[in-house]
Design a protein. Structure first.
Length: 477
């Protein structure tokens, strides 16, 4: 990544604020960096600012010293945790769906060439099962991803398993534009409850399909049109086929490499980057349209970069441009070993995994997510693991809500807890030219965030991003 930084620094000219740009992007979170890279590739003149001295914004990956400075200013990490170069801890941890839209964008832009990936060892769902004569109580179960998994899974009884297999085959054969594949179900007219009923699936099966396969965040989807959920389930199953065992992949050295990769793409395409640059506000013309971004030099001299459009995360947008729709709690836990009872394909201890605790199992309104990665991904010191627990806050005691997840983790060496607002833009940005992204949700994957990027791209450019056409191989990106 040294080349990435030196390349971006080469584009950080002292006179950059004196020029006029097509787009000013504020914040180097993943969404902003994807849009910045794509707009640069499409010939737009882009200035990209960040108040921090590092890439990633809320999506940054921090070394152990910076992690302690962020959560416990003035405190040094204990020596037994190792040195900085061993740690890249994600502030907002998420896996990438192997056949999802983010992978398609990475392939289209060739940013994928800057990253190395590992497959996630397994995906689990929480469902308490009492101890029997010959077995202990069980809390987590591997999510079945094939007919063979379904037959072995303790999540379903012997009569339920054939019904689940029929359902999975129905999903894999489904095509939106071919009614012959839909067994009389209309994706816009029939609800997901009607689909489940057609296959006679029981409540426990519906629970893990909806939350651990379709990755729905609550049960509202059950009474909505079935089309979108069927596509989510199909995406999950197709992603499993990419690597087997799990639909998720994760980059070596952590998620911070993603915004850096798209920043590099923008820099190659004449984008200008300025880190450690304060953003003091936006300038508007007499019609109310944005026409510049205000900042200041080190000596306090006011500066304005002229532009026709601004893209930013909620922290740059000002109170009037966003609304708080909830709060999310994230707890970064350092572990000495893998989460108990999680396994890789060979049956050994998992080096990475996802665990979803469905709302209904805990009598909540929102699921709780656990994402574990480890030293094997070059994000923790040798033998160490990081497990990040997250959910939407529902009570006044946010951390107490995470206790069912903490109990699954085994011994926790240390933890770093944050509660942040979930913000959404109040308008589509077309009137004033300021396009604001939403805060990152607590889910353990990037699919919803990527769909938001694609939707913002369509709003900004007026056309959908074509993910099917890859760049010519001889284009240097």
């Amino acid at each position: 990544w040294t080349f990435s930084f030196s390349l971006a620094e080469e584009r950080c000219r002292p006179d950059a604020m004196d020029e006029e740009y097509d787009v000013c992007v504020c914040g180097t979170g993943l969404k902003e960096c994807i849009l910045s890279g794509l707009l640069s590739v499409h010939g737009k003149k882009v200035l990209h600012l960040d108040r921090n001295n590092y890439y990633g914004g809320d999506c940054a990956s921090l070394n152990i010293t910076n992690l302690f400075q962020r959560f416990r200013p003035g405190t040094e990490p204990p020596k037994e945790l190792g040195v900085n170069r061993d740690w890249n801890v994600d502030l907002i941890p998420k896996f990438i769906m192997a056949s999802g839209n983010l992978v398609k964008i990475l392939l289209k832009t060739k940013v994928s060439r800057y990253l190395e990936w590992k497959s996630c060892d397994g995906s689990y769902v929480y469902q308490f099962q009492e101890a029997g004569f010959f077995s202990d109580a069980k809390f987590i179960h591997k999510v079945p991803t094939s007919a063979a998994d379904g037959l072995k899974s303790p999540l379903m009884g012997i009569l339920e398993k054939p019904r689940f297999i029929n359902f999975a085959q129905f999903i894999m054969n489904w095509e939106d534009d071919k009614p012959a594949t839909q067994q009389g179900l209309d994706p816009k007219r029939h609800t997901m409850a009607q689909v489940y009923s057609k296959f006679g699936l029981q409540e426990g099966t519906i629970d893990f399909i909806g939350h651990a396969v379709a990755l729905q965040i609550n049960d509202a989807y059950i009474n909505q049109a079935c089309g979108p959920t069927i596509q989510k389930i199909k995406l999950y199953l197709n992603s499993v086929l990419q690597y087997g065992g799990s639909p998720f992949i994760y980059p070596i050295y952590g998620l911070g490499g993603l915004p850096e990769g798209f920043s590099r793409l923008a820099a190659i395409n004449r984008g200008v980057y300025m880190l450690n640059k304060p953003v003091d506000g936006f300038v508007y013309d007499e019609t109310g349209k944005v026409c510049g971004v205000k900042s200041h030099a080190e000596d306090g001299t006011p500066e304005v970069a002229k532009c026709k459009m601004v893209i930013c995360d909620p922290s740059y947008a000002g109170e009037a441009k966003t609304k708080v729709v909830g709060k999310v709690i994230r707890s970064i836990c350092i572990l000495d070993g893998p989460i108990p009872h999680t396994k890789n394909k060979e049956g050994g201890p998992a080096l990475s995994c996802q665990i979803i605790l469905p709302q209904k199992q805990l009598k909540r309104q929102n699921d709780i997510y656990i994402m574990m990665v480890s030293w094997a991904h070059n994000v923790a010191a040798q033998g160490k693991y990081t497990a990040i627990v997250s959910t939407v806050v529902e009570t006044a005691d946010a951390e107490k809500e995470l206790e069912p997840a903490y109990k699954l983790l085994g011994k926790i060496v240390d933890k770093f807890v944050s509660v942040s607002d979930l913000r959404q833009p109040v308008d589509d940005g077309k009137t004033d030219g300021v396009y604001v992204s939403a805060s990152y949700d607590p889910t353990s994957h990037f699919e919803d965030a990527t769909l938001e990027v694609l939707e913002m791209w369509k709003r900004i450019t007026g056309e959908a991003l074509d993910l099917t056409v890859l760049p010519d191989e001889d284009v240097d990106q």
